[in-house]
Design a protein around this ligand. Sequence first.
Ligand SMILES: CC(C)(COP(=O)(O)OP(=O)(O)OC[C@H]1O[C@@H](n2cnc3c(N)ncnc32)[C@H](O)[C@@H]1OP(=O)(O)O)[C@@H](O)C(=O)NCCC(=O)NCCS
Length: 163
Amino acid sequence: MNPSPPPTLRAATLADAARALAWTPEAGALRRWAGPSTRHPATPESLWEDINHSDATTFALELPEHGLAAFGQVRYREQTYGHLARLIVSPELRGRGLGRLLCLALMREAVRLHAIKAFSLYVFPDNLNAIGLYRSLGYVEVGRHPQVNCLLMEAPLSALPAE
Ligand SMILES: CC(C)(COP(=O)(O)OP(=O)(O)OC[C@H]1O[C@@H](n2cnc3c(N)ncnc32)[C@H](O)[C@@H]1OP(=O)(O)O)[C@@H](O)C(=O)NCCC(=O)NCCS
């Protein structure tokens, strides 16, 4: 039997944002991954507009047999950090390693796109599944967001294994 083809990372589109939004129609669930600055009720267009900052590159992780499996961004924070943002895995595909795969793929893109010295991300302190994932990748808590109750986590460049 042939093994299933691997997931591929590609540039995300408005249609991907619409799909990811449909995974979390409820305000709290949307805020958890899209952040507190996104409007709610959200439309695909409002979400796309709210998350497309000039320093952000938005990606879709696609599984051939499933279509969009996960969504996430790389930002260039403080001209220093490859900052992972707006991460979400399709609810029906969670717990199979796709979150880890997405983070590593985004970290690889961060190194490719920007002159970074480390990786960073924000996460709500009650998002224990996500925190467990980030810790397992080498991220440690280094502080808080200045305005929002979010943890700031960082990882060294060495957290990204050589290919
Ligand atoms: C957080 C999220 C991206 C993880 O994706 P996932 O595909 O389920 O994660 P993985 O299968 O790659 O799991 C990787 C690690 O995450 C942690 N983890 C993920 N789900 C977990 C769960 N239900 N319980 C405990 N730990 C969990 C574990 O450390 C796990 O490692 P392990 O399998 O070796 O124990 C996913 O749950 C999600 O999309 N959540 C909603 C949106 C969100 O909160 N995004 C993060 C914003 S900061």
